[in-house]
Design a protein around this ligand. Structure first.
Ligand code: AP5
Ligand code: MG
Length: 182
């Protein structure tokens, strides 16, 4: 079974939903940079204040800020982990690779959750988080295709990528993910 896993995919694909389940059933550390940033915003920390407006527009928070958050948590623990929503661009992917080399914990699998834009927008509008209004969702989709989608080729070239159809029920998708995780 793979122990060090990335979940990649557009906003609304179900990364958080599926990561939570898989992390619980396989005893993995679940790190969602979005969740961690929202917790900083809620706590009103300096970091949260810096991130809040950027997140409200659906843009990416600075690489250095996100990296600091991830580094602190990955270097603490030696078990398996599941990264959700990180990396989001090539600079983050390269920084992650360097960090993982330092700590001797290479990525074993990248799961791409693939879903059409129409369904993504439907799901996010139904969820209704503060950044889930139509204009900001559209912007997040643009940011995804400009900055995050290049990671598909990056990880495919390393032989790490498995693509999973992210439509259907939560259970059906979880089964497809289990099949690639092993
Ligand atoms: P982040 O929190 O990562 O948001 P996102 O990428 O927009 O993704 P979502 O969390 O919206 O979608 P998801 O794929 O997790 O789907 P979910 O399971 O929730 O990032 C938010 C912001 O933080 C970014 O815009 C950026 O500003 C900043 N940020 C975060 N990481 C960063 C980074 N690394 N660098 C820079 N900035 C960063 O599901 C969505 C909805 O669909 C839910 O309501 C769920 O219940 C429902 N659903 C799930 N599965 C199904 C299903 N099978 N059928 C029907 N409904 C379903
Ligand atoms: Mg999420």
């Amino acid at each position: 079974m793979k122990q060090r896993i990335l979940f990649l995919g557009p906003p609304g694909a179900g990364k958080g939903t599926q990561a939570e389940r898989l992390a619980a059933s396989h005893n993995l550390l679940h790190l969602s940079t979005g969740e961690l940033l929202r917790a900083e915003v809620a706590a009103g920390s300096a970091l949260g204040q810096e991130a809040e407006a950027v997140m409200a527009r659906g843009e990416l928070v600075s690489d250095s800020l996100v990296l600091a958050i991830v580094r602190a948590r990955l270097t603490c623990c030696s078990g398996g982990w599941l990264l959700d929503g990180f990396p989001r661009n090539l600079a983050q992917a390269e920084a992650l690779q360097q960090l993982l080399e330092e700590i001797g914990q290479p990525i074993e699998l990248v799961v791409l959750l693939a879903l059409d834009d129409e369904t993504l927008v439907e799901r996010l509008l139904a969820r209704g988080r503060t950044d889930d209004n139509e204009a900001v969702i559209r912007n997040r989709l643009v940011v995804y295709s400009d900055q995050t989608e290049p990671l598909i080729a990056y990880y495919r070239a390393q032989g790490l990528l498995s693509s999973v159809e992210a439509n259907g029920t939560v259970e059906a998708i979880a089964e497809r993910i289990s099949a690639v995780v092993g």
